[in-house]
Design a protein around this ligand. Structure first.
Ligand code: FAD
Length: 499
């Protein structure tokens, strides 16, 4: 089998084929030939080569494509775009393919070209005086962190997929992660971009400026656009001083409401040195301990909720520890904290973080679940959890809410698992999954009633595209469509995503 156009069930090549997505026909063979002439082996069509690019991380979306193009420079990427546009073929940008909303997977029409940025993986410049690092879009997040560390600086964006995801993907999804509370999300860490526009031009906006009021902020249009407005090919990112020490603690609290009160106390006591504030429920912890039996909880008895706090101190570990212990003692005196454990070593700190980071994987071991990545005003979080737990329990008896997330950023992963005993792959699980639209509606209606957002950090992709229409006003949708058609009049950039 030579050609994925055939191997993936696309119509036979040789003549233009109309797309069921309503796009004009694409002469796939001619475009494949032109891309092969431009990129040589960096345009792949072999089924075994392209397969991994056609399915998303969670294996929920499967697409088809003419092939996968891997440009090595912005100019080459621009030529790829110009060829695709000339042939009327959709362009689907892809980085590490770790996104959780199906944004990097082409649709099933088979007329798209996946443009992988992974070969654009050079660190172009590190400027310690300006505290910036300029990298190509395909650099892995972990490598940016390393480049900053080598310069004695910190690049704070950090998430569990950092060994696989790319800067381009982080910016295109405006990724969050565990240190947003202190440093902001990807948008706030980016000063400039280089972009290939849907017309195939290169915009060099790689400015390392912290102030630049010279018109519309084009950079912010591309950040969070999930590849629907252009290809990000490079970025200038902010670096920060490295903290002298990081100390982690786990606190047991009585409820999400107490967690929110503890957050206010911790912010007042620790100021900007509070770098993470994560909430998780006892069900989250018990799933981690069940599926990862080598992990241990630091408390002898279960508690109603847990908060993981991290303090990054500019002075010393002793200083950080002292401030942490004072905070926790005050919180115990105030009746907010029932028990607390402060990590005494890096190993203990990692062990506490694992209790938080293994939750998604532990929940996956229980079988399929229905995920929600929601943002709320912090002042509404407790009301949201109480109200939504009640609504779901009344309407879908037995379902289990696996609630955890970045409380400090007002971001909850409000995931719903089937009733206990529904074995993975069983009919009970299938029946549960059939409830997904109804459960989504209950959760997202409740999010919006509490003035929140149905996607905090995972984007819309294909997963939340239609639901988004339900919640955004026609004014907002109209402006989004106007921006899309101004920049991408042929609608060829990542069609079917976001809008
Ligand atoms: P991809 O998955 O390849 O693409 C994602 C989207 O960006 C797609 O729409 C794609 O078309 C577009 N895109 C990619 N590259 C470009 C480019 N160069 N130009 C234009 N568009 C582009 N996210 C969080 O925010 N916080 C977390 O804590 C978090 N934890 C995660 C943990 C795990 C285990 C996993 C698997 C994912 C997690 N994510 C998290 C999801 C997160 O969105 C991605 O990990 C990451 O930001 C996407 O980067 P990527 O390079 O893999 O992008």
């Amino acid at each position: 089998m030579n050609d994925m156009m055939a191997s993936h069930g696309a119509p036979p090549t040789g003549s233009p084929v109309a797309s069921a997505a309503g796009r004009p026909p694409v002469d796939r063979e001619a475009l494949a030939g032109a891309l092969r002439a431009l990129l040589g082996p960096r345009f792949m069509t072999e089924a075994s080569d392209v397969e991994p690019y056609l399915v998303d991380w969670r294996r929920r979306y499967f697409g088809r494509a003419i092939g996968v193009a891997s440009p090595q420079s912005a100019d080459e990427a621009a030529q790829v775009v110009r060829l695709c546009v000339a042939h009327g073929a959709p362009v689907v940008p892809q980085g590490g393919n770790t996104g959780l909303s199906g944004g990097a997977t082409p649709d099933d029409q088979g007329d798209a070209v996946v443009v992988s940025l992974r070969r654009m993986n050079r660190i172009r410049a590190v400027d310690p005086v300006n505290d910036t690092v300029t990298v190509e879009a395909g650099v892995l997040l972990a490598e940016v962190q390393r480049a900053a560390a080598d310069a004695g600086r910190l690049f704070p964006l950090s998430l569990a997929a950092e060994g696989s995801c790319t800067v381009g993907g982080n910016l295109a999804t405006n990724a969050g992660g565990v240190q947003v509370l202190r440093y902001g999300n990807a948008r706030e860490l980016c000063l400039g971009l280089e972009v290939v526009t849907p017309t195939g031009e290169v915009w060099d906006g790689l400015r390392g400026l912290r102030k630049d009021n010279t018109g519309y902020d084009l950079r912010d249009l591309f950040i969070g656009a999930e590849g629907t407005l252009g290809l990000i090919t490079a970025a200038t990112l902010k670096m920060f001083p490295r903290p002298a020490a990081q100390v982690t603690a786990l606190a047991a609290v009585g409820s999400p409401r107490d967690g929110v009160e503890l957050l206010a106390l911790a912010k007042a006591a620790l100021g900007p040195t509070l770098t993470a504030f994560e909430l998780f429920s006892p069900l989250c912890l018990s799933l981690v301990l069940k599926h990862f039996p080598t992990e241990q909880a630091p408390f002898g008895e279960p508690h109603p909720q847990y908060v993981l706090l991290e303090c990054s101190d500019a002075e010393s570990e002793a200083h950080a520890r002292e401030r942490f212990e004072t905070l926790l003692a005050d919180a115990i005196d105030a009746g907010l904290v029932r028990d607390a454990a402060v990590a005494a070593s890096v190993a203990q700190s990692r062990a506490l973080w694992r209790l938080r980071e293994l939750i998604s994987e532990a929940q996956a071991h229980e079988g399929k679940n229905i995920k929600h990545d929601v943002a709320l005003p912090i002042s509404e979080i407790a009301n949201f959890v109480e109200a939504t737990d009640r609504l779901l329990a009344d309407r879908f008896p037995g379902v289990r809410m696996v609630t955890f997330g970045h409380l400090g950023d007002g971001n909850l992963h409000y995931n719903v698992s089937p009733p206990e005993g529904a074995a993975p792959g069983s009919a009970d699980q299938d029946a549960f999954l059939a409830l997904q639209p109804a459960i989504n509606e209950v959760v997202h209606d409740s999010v919006v009633a509490h003035r929140g957002s149905i996607s905090a950090e995972h984007g819309l992709g294909q997963l939340r595209r239609d639901e988004n229409r339900r919640y955004k006003s026609s004014v907002e949708m109209g402006m989004m469509r106007a921006i899309k058609s101004a920049l991408d009049p042929k609608g060829l950039f990542n069609p079917g995503k976001v809008l």
